[in-house]
Design a protein around this ligand. Structure first.
Ligand SMILES: Cc1cc2nc3c(=O)[nH]c(=O)nc-3n(C[C@H](O)[C@H](O)[C@H](O)COP(=O)(O)OP(=O)(O)OC[C@H]3O[C@@H](n4cnc5c(N)ncnc54)[C@H](O)[C@@H]3O)c2cc1C
Length: 504
């Protein structure tokens, strides 16, 4: 007789692991299945030349005592064990433009945020205040963001159909300030004609509240969550690539793995992109209209990253991120012409417990559309299949990396000489290691013009299949955590979990 689980979770990204923690703690018999050799999805780190590189979480907001993510992480049982470094309070995100010598700062704490920007834009202080007030007002309309139970009445939520770009334009006529306020929009792959204000507000507010880096990388979050699941009696398997759901009548009874193994459960939660999840559901088991709706959603653009290992003692550790723009319009990024690439880049440094005052890594990130790597799309680099992409691909990566490093040299003169070695990841790397089909940065693209279409419910049209992860409500550490609670609310009720979160 096959072992039967209460809940099988497919994918060990942040959302999958958090569901595993919540449900195993409540007595459910949980199994997490992860296709990769490392757990965590975007929480994974990799190590080269004795340096640690983050792949998908470079800093986290809302982690001060009393703030939302701090409270959720307490509830999940990991807050006290996290090894974090607070970023510079007077400027954790620095925005700069190639045509301007000034560097503009996003500071922690709303008053500080206003004060720092007012130094550069003294005549615009009222506009900056209006901007901050609105951010807070928008965030206040999301109950779980404020640690309150959710009634999920999306239809009546205000602000969902307000456009971020237009709102920012409405608070000031100063073009530079407009671009500074939106200057971290790579955090949500912002697009002027799409991004809703609430996406901008939820992300930016979280970091204004507080901004932290993970010392020695963000994989610690995955390790801590896994430990809690195992302590609760749950199971977590790596090298477990789910390929198909098997049905008994209208409900799923088991999942089949690439290597032929099968696992049985009463309920299934997929942490995999919803469109890819539906590919594992055979025709006829969900209505075509539902399948079409989910598969037709657009995804956020992808990225090209140069992971730089620095020579020791060369570049002083900087406790902030850099967002640099060659085109003064910060919203243009994803719509670059290949010959003009990159229009912008973001820079993150890793922080280690070594703490000798010098940076040992730089993550240099620019937008890249998946079409740029389309010609190699039929090659894969996954656990079960490592295929050579050939010389042309290697040349492509070197050409792009050198161009990006040259761009960085303009912003950080001397950096080129300080490089010990570098490694790259392209849209194909993210596609293969996260398992979506596009290498998308943050999954489904939100659109203020049709906001409800881009809200994906945790419940699917299969009675015992649920979704979790960044495609549910919002991406990022906080968005995914709130999404995991939303998914588990289908089993435990939202009131019940939120009471426990608040009491944690
Ligand atoms: C470059 C980059 C930088 C980012 N920076 C930040 C940041 O600084 N701060 C922040 O808060 N957020 C950041 N994010 C966003 C954040 O990392 C993600 O939103 C979040 O980690 C996604 O979590 P998830 O639960 O959706 O799972 P994912 O990370 O998407 O993981 C999904 C998991 O499912 C597994 N899987 C897929 N298919 C299968 C299958 N068939 N069988 C078994 N397992 C499968 C995958 O291997 C993976 O482990 C960044 C993202 C990117 C890409």
């Amino acid at each position: 007789m096959e072992e039967q689980y209460d809940i099988i979770i497919i994918g060990s990204g942040l959302g999958g692991l958090e569901c595993g923690v919540i449900l195993s703690r409540e007595g459910y018999k949980v199994l997490v299945l992860e296709k990769n050799k490392q757990l965590g999805g975007n929480l994974q780190t990799f190590s080269r030349d004795k340096r640690i590189f983050d792949t998908g979480i470079h800093y986290i907001g809302g982690l001060d005592e009393g703030q939302n993510l701090n409270q959720y992480f307490k509830y999940l049982g990991i807050m006290k064990d996290l090894n974090l470094k607070r970023m510079d309070e007077d400027g954790f995100d620095l925005i700069s433009f190639d045509d301007d010598e000034k560097v503009y700062r996003h500071a922690q704490g709303y008053q500080n945020f206003i004060d720092q920007l007012a130094q550069d834009f003294p005549e615009e202080i009222n506009g900056i205040r209006t901007y901050c007030d609105k951010l807070i007002e928008v965030c206040n309309t999301f109950p779980m963001y404020n640690l309150e139970p959710s009634n999920s009445d999306l239809q009546n939520m205000p602000f969902l159909d307000v456009n971020a770009y237009e709102f920012i334009c409405s608070v000031t006529n100063n073009q530079r300030l407009r671009n500074v306020l939106a200057g971290t929009n790579v955090l949500y792959a912002g697009e002027a004609d799409k991004t809703p204000l609430y996406v901008h507000a939820l992300v930016v507010n979280s970091y204004i509240e507080s901004a932290y880096r993970c010392v020695n990388g963000s994989t610690q979050i995955a390790k801590l969550l896994t430990r809690v699941i195992l302590n609760n009696g749950g199971k977590v398997l790596k090298h477990a690539h789910v390929t198909k759901f098997h049905f008994k009548g209208n409900t799923i009874e088991s999942v089949e793995l690439e290597d032929g193994r099968a696992f049985f459960a009463k309920n299934f939660i997929s942490n995999v992109h919803p469109a890819v999840t539906l590919e594992m559901v055979e025709e006829g088991k969900v209505r075509n209209a539902y399948r079409k709706r989910i598969t037709s959603l657009s995804n956020t653009v992808s990225t090209f990253i140069v992971h730089i290992a620095l020579k020791p003692g060369k570049i002083k550790y900087f406790n902030y991120n850099i967002y640099h723009y060659f085109d003064p319009d910060v919203w243009k990024g994803p719509h670059y012409k290949v010959e003009d690439w990159p229009l912008s880049f973001a820079v993150f440094t890793g922080v280690t417990s070594k703490n000798d005052g010098y940076a040992d890594t730089i993550t240099l990130m620019a937008y890249m559309r998946e079409e740029e790597t389309q010609q190699w799309a039929d090659t894969y680099n996954v656990v079960s299949k490592v295929m050579e992409r050939g010389e042309a691909y290697e040349e492509f990566k070197i050409k792009k990396a050198e161009k990006l490093i040259d761009a960085l040299e303009k912003r950080l003169p001397g950096v080129k000489q300080s490089i010990h070695s570098y490694y790259t990841s392209s849209p194909l790397s993210y596609r293969d290691y996260i398992g979506d089909k596009w290498g998308s940065l943050y999954g489904v693209m939100k659109d203020y013009k049709n906001p409800l279409k881009t809200f994906i419910s945790a419940k699917t049209k299969v009675p015992n299949l649920y979704l979790t992860g960044e495609n549910l409500n919002m991406h990022g550490a906080l968005g995914v955590t709130i999404g995991a609670v939303t998914t588990c609310s289908e089993f435990l009720t939202n009131d019940y979990i939120m009471k426990k979160v608040v009491k944690a």
